[in-house]
Every structure is written in structure tokens, then in C-alpha cells.
Design a protein around this ligand. Structure first.
Ligand SMILES: Cc1ncc(COP(=O)(O)O)c(C=O)c1O
Length: 383
């Protein structure tokens, strides 16, 4: 079924299986019809299961950034103060969006390569008394960092009465995420990463508390006004503007596969895959970028040795092995390799990626024992 010429091992988009791709070839339907209502409701119900929530989850015809912009524009207004935990490019970008919306942003800066210490969050929240919300990127794709203490951070924030906003774009479907249990008021996800659907759909879950808050806010967007989406969903089970129907088919098919696999087995598969990557890369003598307790199970960030040009290696891997991986972002552009280990990730993808990667490094003068390093992948999957 899966026959990839170019293997996408990017931190998104990830490989999309042929059955999901084929689902997009169905006829276009009227988005004001029972057929669309069924499709829309089916997607929402599946997303609710995947996010472990009873809240409404609104799919948007917009990439992850659009989902973030929708969230920051629909529930907050100019002058309002929100906290953002800034530990990479995506948390920084959320800050830029919030600032453009004229929100007053208080940043808790965290060293790249880790998540925040809970005591720092506590002290920060105590010293900022006028906050209305906290924004956390659960999985910082730019550094391969998962904020493992997210539930504790959210607990502290809720005790202070804050609205909690979580970017789960590069982790939903690949690691634990409990929107209701963790009290996430607004959770943003994306289609093209661990859910293995095509790019350019996002979705936002919205709690009753967030809905109540929105009543006091004049949204500063029309196209991305989530309160309008909610109204249309509740009244007609439709979207206010024309949705990307083929992408909705694909998302529906991908979500069906996620639920068929089962969330727990899927998360375990991601855990194993990440472990295989980490063990093998360390055996090869390379360094992992994030501190151990914050290592992501969906995005593997490896330090690029000073003696090499990471972009050159990435290009050679693509040309000679047909495997796509990414470099760093922002100030880490030349300092990292980032490998996506999510969605349909499986053992042979890991072996193909690492064999090519190590081989190219050896041609640049490294002395990696490829057999021994690849054995680490096998060992992880034997259990
Ligand atoms: C954590 C995170 N947030 C936001 C985004 C932006 O999503 P998109 O590129 O789909 O707009 C990404 C994309 O990589 C991401 O990983």
C-alpha cells in the first residue's frame, strides 16, 4: 500500500498513505448539504476522541498558523495581557501574531532545548497578576522539545483563573494529549504531522469557558472568527465559508485510520520509533539537541557537528537516498538536523533514513559503525 519514492521524514508534512490520498478523488459535494454535514460531523467526532474532549473541535481550511491566528483573534482583544512560554521559533511566532493583534504579551523565556521549570512558571505567574491567558507550545518543532510538564503548567494556570491555549500541532496523534483532563481551553492541532493527513487543515478545540470569554470580546478577524464557526456548527453543522472538501475527505480518512489503530498503540509506536532514533544516533556518536527529559517522540533534533554543512548533508540525503529531512530554524538553522518521526512512522523508514544519513556522514570523513548503530534500531523493535 505504501510505496514512497521520496520518503518524507520532515517535521511535517509527513507521508500520506495512498488510501488517504485516494479519498480525495471522490466527487466534490455541496457544502450546504446533508452529505457535507455528515462529513463535517464525522471529522469533529473523531477529533473529539483523539483530543479526549467533549468540547467542540472546529476544523479550519487553514494551515496550523491559521489555527493559531484564529485562536488569538477570536478570544482575545487589543490590550489584553497574555503569557507565552517562549522556547523556540513556533512560540516566538505565536508571540508575533499576538503582538500584531495588539495583545500585550509577557514572555517567559526558556533556554532552547528544554521546556520550562515548573518553579519558574509558578514565579512568573505570581509576578504577573493581570494575565488573562497562558499560551504553551506542547511540542516545539524547531528544537524537538516536548513540554513534558504541560499538565502541571496548566494546573497552575487554571488555579490563577487563566484561559489555557496549547499549540499541539506537531504532537496530536503521536503522544498523550488530554484536552478535558488537562483543562486546555483552546487547543490547536494540524493535519500534516502525526495524523498523517495532507497539509493545510488545522483544528481548534474550544471549552465552555473560552466560549463565555469570547462573549466579552470583539473578534478582530472575520474569516477566522471561531465564534462564527461555532455558531454555524451548532446551528447547521456547516462552515461559514467554503471548506476544502477534498482535504476534509482526506482528514476524515486519516482520522479513521488513527482510531482504527487505537490511540494507545499509536502513541507506543511513536515512542518506540523515537527511542530507536535516539539510541541509534547516540551510538553513532552524534549528540541529541534537547535535554533528555524534554525529548520529543515526534521530532528528533540532532546537533550538526561543527565540521559539516548541515544543508549539504540534507541535500545529499535527498538526492542520493530520496529521504527528506530538515535543518534547524531561526538561530539554529545551521546547527541542527530535524527528523520527523511521526504519522505512519515505522521501522524500515527509520533504517532507510539513518543508513543514508550515516553513510553520507562517513563519506565526509566520519567513522560511524553503521552496522552497530542500525542494530540499535533493531534492538528497540525486538521487544
Ligand atoms: C508547533 C508548530 N506550531 C505551528 C506550526 C505552523 O503550522 P503551519 O506550517 O501548518 O502553518 C508548526 C508547523 O511546523 C508547528 O510545528
Amino acid at each position: 500500500m505504501l510505496d514512497y519514492d521520496i520518503l518524507l521524514m520532515l517535521p511535517g508534512p509527513t507521508n500520506v498513505s495512498s488510501d488517504v490520498l485516494l479519498s480525495m478523488s471522490k466527487p466534490i459535494i455541496n457544502h450546504r448539504s446533508i452529505d457535507f454535514q455528515e462529513l463535517y460531523l464525522g471529522i469533529i467526532n473523531k477529533l473529539q476522541k483523539i483530543l479526549s474532549t467533549k468540547n467542540a473541535v472546529i476544523p479550519l481550511t487553514a494551515s496550523g498558523t491559521g489555527g493559531i491566528e484564529a485562536a488569538l483573534s477570536s478570544f482575545f482583544e487589543a490590550g489584553e495581557k497574555i503569557a507565552i512560554i517562549r522556547n523556540g521559533v513556533f512560540s516566538e511566532r505565536a508571540g508575533k501574531i499576538a503582538e500584531r493583534k495588539k495583545l500585550n504579551v509577557a514572555y517567559l523565556d526558556v533556554k532552547l532545548g528544554r521546556g520550562p521549570k515548573i518553579n519558574d512558571v509558578k514565579a512568573f505567574l505570581e509576578s504577573h497578576t493581570d494575565l488573562s491567558a497562558i499560551y504553551v507550545v506542547y511540542n516545539e518543532t524547531s528544537t524537538g522539545v516536548t513540554t513534558r510538564n504541560l499538565p502541571k503548567i496548566l494546573e497552575l494556570a487554571k488555579k490563577k483563573g487563566l484561559i489555557t491555549v496549547v499549540d499541539a500541532i506537531s504532537i496530536v496523534g503521536g503522544d498523550y494529549l488530554y484536552v478535558d483532563k488537562w483543562k486546555i481551553d483552546i487547543c490547536i492541532g494540524g493535519s500534516q504531522k502525526a495524523l498523517a493527513a495532507p497539509p493545510v487543515l488545522s483544528f481548534v478545540s474550544i471549552s465552555e469557558e473560552a466560549i463565555e470569554k469570547a462573549k466579552q470580546v470583539k473578534p478582530n478577524t472575520l474569516y477566522l472568527d471561531l465564534t462564527d464557526y461555532l455558531k454555524w456548527y451548532k446551528e447547521r453543522c456547516e462552515t461559514p465559508a467554503t471548506p476544502a472538501i477534498p482535504l476534509f475527505y482526506a482528514l476524515n480518512a486519516a482520522l479513521e485510520k488513527v482510531l482504527k489503530e487505537g490511540l494507545e498503540p499509536r502513541i507506543k509506536r511513536h515512542e518506540l520509533a523515537a527511542k530507536a532514533f535516539y539510541n541509534s544516533i547516540e551510538k553513532a556518536g552524534l549528540d541529541i539537541f534537547p535535554e533528555e527529559e524534554f525529548r520529543s517522540n515526534t521530532v528528533i533534533a540532532v546537533k550538526a557537528p561543527d565540521t559539516i554543512n548541515n544543508q549539504e548533508i540534507i541535500k545529499e540525503l535527498y538526492t542520493n537516498y530520496r529521504v527528506a529531512i530538515a535543518g534547524g530554524m531561526g538561530q539554529l538553522k545551521h546547527k541542527l538536523f530535524r527528523i520527523g518521526s511521526m504519522g505512519d512512522i515505522r521501522k524500515d523508514f527509520i533504517i532507510r533514513t539513518l543508513t543514508g544519513f550515516f553513510d553520507i556522514l562517513n563519506k565526509k570523513g566520519f567513522n560511524i559503525d553503521i552496522k552497530a548503530a542500525i542494530q540499535m534500531v533493531d534492538d528497540v523493535f525486538i521487544v
